[in-house]
Write a protein that binds this ligand. Structure first.
Ligand SMILES: [Zn+2]
Length: 80
């Protein structure tokens, strides 16, 4: 009778382990990094490179990726 109880306990443990193994924790679907909030993209009027609006340099005739491009663009627009 003592062994029966021991067997029962063992059976329960084995069943619990089996249940655990049979139903592995759902692999957490890796949530990708939250998408960056959409930023307005502008393209440089000189070279066409896209850049975030907050990094664009405003100039005559558009926005530019760099001061150099603004300078050369404006020089072409307004050759004086
Ligand atoms: Zn540019």
């Amino acid at each position: 009778m003592k062994y029966l109880l021991l067997l029962l306990v063992l059976a329960v443990v084995v069943l619990l382990l089996a249940a655990k193994r049979a139903r592995p924790r759902e692999p957490q679907p890796r949530t990708p990094a939250p998408p960056a909030p959409p930023r307005a993209m502008l393209s440089c009027a000189e070279c066409g490179m896209h850049l975030p609006a907050d990094e664009a340099l405003p100039g005559k005739g558009g926005v530019f990726c760099s001061a150099a491009h603004r300078t050369s663009f404006e020089a072409r627009q307004d050759p004086a």
